[in-house]
Design a protein around this ligand. Sequence first.
Ligand SMILES: [Mn+2]
Length: 239
Amino acid sequence: MKPKIGVLAHPAVNEHAYLLNHTIGGDYILSLIEAGGLPVIIPITNDKELLKQYTDLCDGLLVPGGIDVNPICYGENPDSLIGDTNMSFDCFELDMIKMIMEQGKPVLGICRGIQIINVALGGTLYQDMALQPGNAFRHVQKEQGRPGISHKVEIEKDSLLHQVFGDELYVNSFHHQAIKDLGEGLKITAKAADGTVEAVEGTDYPYLTAVQWHPENFILLPEKPMLPLFVSFIEACGK
Ligand SMILES: [Mn+2]
């Protein structure tokens, strides 16, 4: 059996019904399948017993991109530059990250994923990159097309990311927030030239990697340049 990869669903407005839809982008799913995984979409719920069963079921967890994390989750009031938030969705994701990590199972975070993993481990965020010291450059990409390139990241040598991509990588960028204070048990593994944290890994954890860009958006390019990241994750989930 292929490794079962829990993928956290994201809330989306359903104009035909009162309840929110539970959604996930197709490029996350395709990337996991191409890398040899068996995606299991986990619906948004605050029922801890259900979340425990999903935790037991899955061999690893993908925490995808999405809306802003409510700053209450890291002890701050909302800045005027904050985007849309959803507290019960935050609680769902924070609970799943903590429960999966209690079992030592692999975790891959993408965009909002890196941010909420950081918050789950006690870290904080810049609610908007205008609040980041120095002049952060534009990380909400204007280049057309999701796999378009926005900026370069420099990768730390002693990291899993370096084994996958080497010294540097050109990435897309669709975030207006970024990591401020680093969560416990995390190390920075890639930065942009303006100092923005673009990737982290767990320091004392079997497999915990998170990136601020969107590697899944590259899956339809013939050369699939970001697929090796998903392959490394699925391999860790299969052990
Ligand atoms: Mn960026």
